[in-house]
Design a protein around this ligand. Structure first.
Ligand code: TYD
Length: 158
């Protein structure tokens, strides 16, 4: 395929950022770890060792046993999810495929691309879920109804 046609095809493919995103785009990134006898340090730098700039950080903690978080998708937001302490599972769903990822090491992060339904569950006692996000908080970026999510995915709108 000539280069210009290839580039036009690719830009249509990327329209809207999240179009056609799949659970297979959500990868576990090994992060660095500098170790010495006093412990470890991991450094995360936006657009350097993760694919986006970080505009917001939040963390979940004191999660009661058996509780789940998430239960939504984002239209544009990209996230890196890290088990800063303890462990939990992340269920990813793109409307067709599902994937469950266990996070249990602070030097690994899960990249969640836009257009993916996620649920966080099975938190160990004392778990801390650290989230680095590509955008400021915007309730309009959330899809909180699973039926609506499925409909948007089916129509290639998410
Ligand atoms: P929500 O994203 O639904 O939490 P989770 O996915 O972990 O279950 O957010 C919970 C509440 O916190 C909701 O009322 C929105 C609010 N919130 C903010 O005000 N700013 C933020 O950056 C985030 C992540 C949540």
């Amino acid at each position: 395929m000539p280069m210009t046609i290839f580039m036009i095809t690719m830009s249509f493919w990327n329209l809207g950022g999240s179009m056609k995103s799949s659970v297979y785009d959500c990868v576990i990134l090994p992060l660095n770890k500098i170790h010495n006898r006093a412990g470890n340090i991991t450094i995360v730098e936006g657009k350097k060792n993760i694919p986006f700039d970080v505009r917001r950080i939040y963390y979940l903690y004191d999660i009661p046993g058996g509780e789940a978080r998430g239960g939504h998708a984002h239209k544009e937001l990209q996230q890196l999810i890290v088990a800063a302490s303890g462990s939990f599972n992340v269920l990813l769903d793109d409307g067709q495929n599902k994937k469950i990822v266990t996070l249990n090491r602070p030097n690994y992060g899960l990249v969640v691309v836009p257009g993916i339904w996620r649920e966080l569950m099975e938190f160990s006692s004392g778990a801390i879920c650290l989230v680095l996000a590509s955008h400021k908080y915007d309730e309009n970026d959330y899809v909180r109804e699973f039926d609506m999510f499925k409909k948007l995915k089916l129509n290639f709108k998410l």
